[in-house]
Ligand binder design. Structure first.
Ligand SMILES: Nc1ncnc2c1ncn2[C@@H]1O[C@H](COP(=O)(O)OP(=O)(O)O)[C@@H](O)[C@H]1O
Ligand SMILES: [Mg+2]
Length: 483
């Protein structure tokens, strides 16, 4: 039975934070399970892969009492940058301040969730939060903002080098190396009380979700990298300590793949292998995601097959494959493509409306412009002048091209301020899935290696033939050549 697309307003918003009814059609995946049960504390995914969707599932779904979201969209990064621990190595320079921030969050959660019971350890937490933040639930952006933290109310006063700590100055001069040590003493005091409350009042597990660390990011500089590494190390350390204390406080960090790829520190591989999850979608999972939306919006018996006509596209390609081939296998791309196609289809006046091949084809130009903007968000912080490489592809004008052809055209487009030579440009274009390279397989066959399809394959500096991602074809004005 065909369904009627006239009854569908849209396939949903393209950003999880804008979708009021996301939880009506949230698709629970392996990633969710790895965070809930598998001990993963780092969720990595490209822009639009579904990081915020998972945070919303935790913080607004059945688990909402156990979860808090920390949205770093308007985080005072510059203030935090000044809270540098000069007594520590560069990699550790922000660990103490992030640990303190996490401890305050755990304390606030423990206090709020233990209201029904009395416990000796609530008072110090309440007094500390009151004295420094004016109440039991400090705003994220205020936690590291005070110039001075007042230390009071603790059953055992935190000590540094044998002296009781009366206060901690967060603003320090160049020559002062004590911030880390003092903050750590305070963090320990907060954790001690918070963990006692959590255990004695049997509060169970608490998840703290750090999201949107990339919001408004214009350039990935060294300070920002140090701060991200600091947060990762702080979370890892905190998790270990909580296990030792038999308390379940679990910070989780959601990070864009390109930012993670840019960080270097000694335990990175260990974390990648044991404690992180990469959000990946197969074409079938993406179809499930669409089907769940169709069921929720059009009725239990409606699925993809009910909203399309039977005609195959050019080259006997099913409509679904044609769409997925133009995405980076991210939900955001699929949802955007289908929303455009829906608008296009609705221009026809059929009373009973389903997608035709023409609807799909006519959506490609708008979709292609969208994909370029998405790539801008990801690539610009790493490579301000990537547009010049894209102009090179437009000048070559065919979907496939050679290293040689690129090497000839690129210098004509490249400006003096662009640090990437042709080889480096190709490598970066591949890293962000703008292009794939021709790889030969054992039996004389060959295929295109794109990063979004084969993230582990890496770059081949000797590759000679390349293909532009099909989703960019319209934006870049490319034509197919006959083989
Ligand atoms: N598990 C999921 N179930 C349903 N929709 C999802 C899921 N993951 C992502 N989406 C949808 O995909 C789009 C992009 O997800 P989002 O969480 O905003 O990406 P990110 O935060 O990684 O940039 C949003 O429209 C979101 O609703
Ligand atoms: Mg997000």
């Amino acid at each position: 039975m065909p369904a009627n697309l006239r009854d569908l307003d849209s396939f949903g918003e393209v950003a999880a934070e804008d979708d009021a009814i996301l939880l009506n059609y949230f698709l629970s995946t392996d990633t969710v399970q790895r965070v809930e049960e598998g001990g993963a504390f780092l969720v990595i995914g490209r822009k639009g892969a579904g990081k915020t969707a998972i945070v919303r599932y935790f913080t607004e779904g059945n688990e909402r009492d156990r979860s808090r979201a920390l949205n770093l969209r308007n985080y005072p990064w510059n203030v935090h940058a000044s809270r540098i621990d000069r007594g520590a190595d560069a990699v550790d320079a922000y660990v103490a301040s992030w640990r303190y921030l996490i401890a305050v969050q755990i304390a606030a959660w423990a206090l709020e969730n233990s209201q029904a019971t009395f416990n000796d350890n609530q008072r110090p937490l309440r007094e500390f939060l009151e004295a420094n933040y004016g109440g039991p639930r400090p705003k994220l952006s205020d936690i590291i903002r005070p110039a001075k933290l007042r230390v009071r109310g603790f059953n055992v006063a935190p000590q540094v080098l044998g002296n009781a700590l009366g206060s901690v100055d967060l603003e320090r001069g160049e020559g002062d190396h004590n911030l880390g040590m003092e903050l750590e003493a305070l963090t320990q005091a907060l954790l001690q009380s918070a963990v006692a409350v959590m255990r004695e009042c049997r509060l169970g597990a608490f998840y703290l979700h750090f999201d949107e660390l990339d919001a408004g990011l214009e350039e990935v500089n060294e300070t920002r990298k140090q701060m991200l590494i600091g947060l990762i190390l702080a979370i890892r350390g905190m998790r270990r300590e909580m296990v030792a204390l038999e308390a379940e406080a679990k910070p989780v960090l959601y990070l864009r793949t390109d930012l993670w790829d840019d960080l270097t520190f000694s335990d990175k591989n260990k974390i990648t292998q044991g404690q992180s999850v990469l959000i990946e979608w197969t074409p079938d999972q993406l179809k499930d995601l669409v089907n769940v939306r169709l069921r929720s919006k059009l009725g239990d018996d409606v699925a993809w097959g009910n909203i399309i006509d039977e005609d195959l596209m050019r080259g006997s390609q099913p409509k679904w494959n044609h769409i997925v081939a133009r995405t980076l296998r991210r939900p955001r791309d699929v949802i955007h493509f289908l929303n455009v196609a829906l608008r296009v289809a609705k221009r026809r006046d059929d009373a009973e409306l389903i997608f035709s091949n023409r609807d799909i084809v006519e959506s490609r130009t708008d979709y292609s412009a969208y994909l370029k903007r998405e790539l801008d968000d990801e690539i610009l912080p790493h490579w301000r002048r990537w547009e010049e490489a894209l102009q090179t592809l437009s000048a070559i004008a065919t979907e496939t091209f050679s290293a040689e052809g690129f090497g000839e055209e690129y210098p004509r487009k490249k400006s003096a301020g662009n640090p990437c030579d042709a080889g480096e440009a190709l490598r970066l274009l591949h890293r962000f899935s703008v292009i794939g390279y021709l790889k030969r397989s054992g039996y004389g066959g060959s295929s295109w290696a794109f990063m979004y399809e084969e993230p582990d394959r890496g770059w081949d500096a000797h590759a000679t033939q390349f293909k532009v991602h099909p989703g960019l074809k319209e934006h870049a004005g490319l034509r197919e050549e006959r083989r």
